[in-house]
Design a binder for this molecule. Structure first.
Ligand code: ASP
Ligand code: MG
Length: 427
């Protein structure tokens, strides 16, 4: 018997009719002889609405109580789905994260899964039930309080359960057909990627591809869980995230085999800080980034230019999540006297465009192809960073779309004509 974990995002269970539709889909998979564990997100925008409500009641809600509130969203959809399944003659039982044995750290709002003790789930499966688990939540090992795992983290619940239950694979259902070579809203010629390695998917997720949660991909890679990203609105195959080249599952690369670049990702959520006129002395960069780290800010790219010959000073730029901009500026401004830099500049009119692909390991010239494509469109590169399988550039915000299109074309990723129907948000 095949054991499958199926995760349905909020857009797939937005109202009563969609809950019934998803139930029919699950029933069909169950009747085909599979053992099914379903992980469910809150209906539609429920989590956002609960968050807004909390902020109306209290400007700074206690994190413990916020988690008590937000976890009710997934609890609603889990119970409703169990009812719909049972009406179809399919025995089903819903469980909260805590009941399902999802044990986490105590960090409210951003807890990490430490362990899963799925005893109740296994017993329920043995009884022949479809098991439904409320995603995005768990219970703290130390405080025994209910926790949430961070926005969008139902994906992580699903992969973690798939691993704990030794499932054959994990299906992540949303309203898009899979992972694409670029965001089809920007590049209509983008194509679905039939299979992508964990490593590439990690880079894509870290570079702004929103289809899968970064932590979920990390988990899947570590535990070697094959993940099938697909649409709950169609029966089309989606994208397999796996290192296995398994032709039976349709995960073989076929026509994508010789693509050097798997995809182009973009991210508009970052800002750039430049500290100009830093005395070029040992230890200054360490001081600056110590202050930024103390403020608990994750930075991304860093560029330091050569010392200006005339005055022995240097400029340092780095990118960070836009949402942390104010905090970072305050932290660095506090160092101005101590370090003696001249100017502090903040720019959130930027975007990051990245090309990702394991093929670049063995193919020279990827960088020049990428940069030439940018130059031909008159796009100025403000910052550059690379990993073994990724090249990222920072460009001005209004050139992001253009840069994505140019890179997609330059690496031969454009499909021939056949437009892709794309409406969703990927959640
Ligand atoms: N409902 C939660 C959120 O919107 C978790 C999820 O959808 O994965 O962030
Ligand atoms: Mg959601």
């Amino acid at each position: 018997m095949t054991r499958v974990v199926q995760k349905f995002g909020g857009s797939s269970v937005a109202d009563a009719a969609s809950i019934k539709r998803v139930a029919r889909r699950i029933a069909a998979a169950k009747q085909a002889g599979n053992e099914i564990v379903v992980v469910i997100s809150a209906m539609g925008d429920t989590t956002d609405e609960l968050m807004d409500l909390a902020l109306e009641v209290s400007p700074q809600p206690a994190p413990r109580e916020l988690d008590m509130l937000l976890t009710t969203g997934e609890r609603q959809s889990a119970a409703l789905l169990a009812m719909a399944l049972s009406d179809l003659g399919v025995p089903a039982r819903s469980y909260t994260g805590s009941q399902a044995g999802v044990i986490t750290t105590a960090a409210h709002g951003n807890a990490r899964i430490i362990d899963i003790t799925p005893g109740r789930i296994v017993r329920s499966l043995d009884d022949g039930d479809v098991v439904i688990v409320a995603g995005f939540q768990g219970v703290s090992q130390t405080t025994k309080d209910v926790t949430t795992l961070g926005r969008g983290a139902s994906d992580t619940t699903a992969v973690a359960l798939a691993s704990a239950l030794d499932a054959d694979y994990c299906e992540i259902y949303s309203d898009v057909d899979g992972v694409f070579t670029a965001d089809p809203r920007i590049v209509p010629e983008a194509r679905r990627i039939p299979r992508i390695s964990y490593e590439e998917m990690l880079e894509m997720a870290a570079c702004g591809a929103k289809i899968l949660h970064l932590r979920c991909v990390e988990y899947a890679r570590r535990e070697n869980v094959p993940v099938h990203v697909r649409s709950s609105f169609s029966d089309k195959p989606g994208t397999w995230v796996t290192d296995k080249d398994d032709t039976e599952k349709g995960t073989h690369m076929s026509d994508m085999e010789d693509a050097i670049i798997s995809g182009v990702a973009h991210d508009r959520s970052e800002a750039k800080i430049t500290i100009a006129g830093i005395p070029d002395a040992i230890g200054r960069a360490a001081q600056i980034f110590e202050a930024v780290a103390r403020a608990d800010i994750n930075i991304d790219m860093i560029v330091q230019n050569a010392s200006r010959v005339m005055n022995g000073r240097t400029d340092l730029s780095f990118t960070l999540p836009m949402s942390e901009g104010r905090k970072a500026i305050e932290a660095i401004r506090g160092l101005q006297d101590e370090i003696g830099f001249e100017e502090l500049l903040y720019d959130d009119q930027i975007g990051k465009v990245s090309v990702v692909g394991v093929g670049m390991r063995s193919h020279p010239g990827v960088t020049s192809t990428f940069f030439k494509a940018m130059a031909e469109r008159g796009i100025n590169l403000q910052m550059i960073s690379t990993s073994e399988i990724r090249i990222s550039v920072v460009v001005s915000a209004d050139q992001v779309d253009d840069a994505v299109r140019a890179a997609h074309t330059a690496f031969g990723l454009d499909s021939e004509g056949e437009a892709i129907v794309y409406a969703g948000t990927g959640r």
